[in-house]
Design a protein around this ligand. Structure first.
Ligand code: ATR
Length: 273
């Protein structure tokens, strides 16, 4: 049976095995998918032995996405642009291809929600790996403007500069002005229950607000947006399932149906809350 896994540290709470097993059942594919806890200094060794023992593909999560970028023999254009890799696949000649499916996952989830990107003014918060992975696919949807804003403004400037696009701007939080159609939180602030310190007046009743983080309860960022009167809100659970679907398609050549998987994960999370 073809073998797949997700590698990370920590990894215990990963939902990837559940998601890929559902995709496999749904599409009639025979495969196994496990989670592997990898020592912080043992990424190359672990991945090398996984493929040497016949493994077909890996998902890569925190903190190894940059290691996977270095490890891959070849990169997809979007993986190269992101500078971080979340999917590895072995090819028939034994070389390993690296891809980044996070941005495609975000775009697919936004479109599932009926949230148009084309022609919109977008605020993207954060300038770490999570944000770098989604800039290219968002730009490909032809927004009117994307402003990348970060606590450390130099990091936002560096990300914007690396894409050389006229519609991409960078900013600190305090300098932000005007209203946005779509605000995407790509910072890890919600992990600590915090919200980036944004000035007032950026949101209106039609603004849509997305947090790439997810949990059984609404994130601190979504609670903050709801308190400002925003009604179109989403966490990143759909993005998680959509990025997995992109990886599954790369490995197996079949596109799974994501909607029932998103729905059942949501139901299970609500039960465990
Ligand atoms: P990831 O790979 O998840 O993007 P990262 O590279 O560590 O992780 O980046 C974390 C991002 O969240 C950064 O943009 C960070 O801002 P700084 O670059 O200024 O550090 C942002 N972040 C983390 N905690 C935050 C907080 N409490 N308020 C605002 N931004 C925060």
């Amino acid at each position: 049976m073809d073998r797949y896994a997700v590698v990370g540290n920590p990894i215990a709470h990963s939902k990837s095995p559940m998601i890929h097993q559902r995709f496999a059942q749904q599409t009639g594919q025979q495969l196994s998918y496990e989670k592997i806890l990898v020592d912080l200094s043992a990424f190359d060794e672990e991945v090398c032995s996984f493929f040497a023992l016949g493994g077909k593909g890996l998902n890569v999560t925190v903190p190894f996405k940059e290691d996977a970028f270095r490890y891959a023999d070849e990169l997809t254009p979007r993986g190269k642009q992101a500078g971080a890799i979340n999917t590895l696949a072995i090819r028939s000649d034994g070389t390993v291809l690296g891809d980044n499916t996070d941005g495609a996952g975000l775009v697919a989830d936004l479109l599932n929600l009926g949230w148009q990107i084309q022609g919109k003014r977008i605020l993207l918060l954060g300038a770490g790996g999570a944000v770098r992975g989604v800039v290219g696919p968002l730009l490909a949807q032809q927004p009117q403007e994307i402003v990348i804003a970060n606590r450390t403004v130099e990091k936002a400037e560096a990300v914007a500069a690396s894409f050389a696009s006229d519609v991409l701007k960078s900013s600190g939080y305090a300098e932000l002005a005007g209203q946005f159609d779509l605000v995407i939180n790509g910072t890890s602030a919600s992990l600590g229950g915090e919200v980036p310190p944004l000035p007032e007046g950026l949101l209106n009743g039609n603004t849509r607000v997305y947090d790439m983080m997810y949990g059984a309860e609404p994130t601190a960022f979504l609670k903050w947006a709801a308190a400002q009167g925003v009604t179109s809100l989403s966490d990143g659970l759909g993005m998680l399932v959509e990025q997995a679907a992109e990886a599954f398609e790369l490995w197996r050549g079949v596109r799974p149906d994501t909607a029932p998987v998103i729905q059942s994960l949501r139901a299970e999370m609500a039960k465990s809350a």
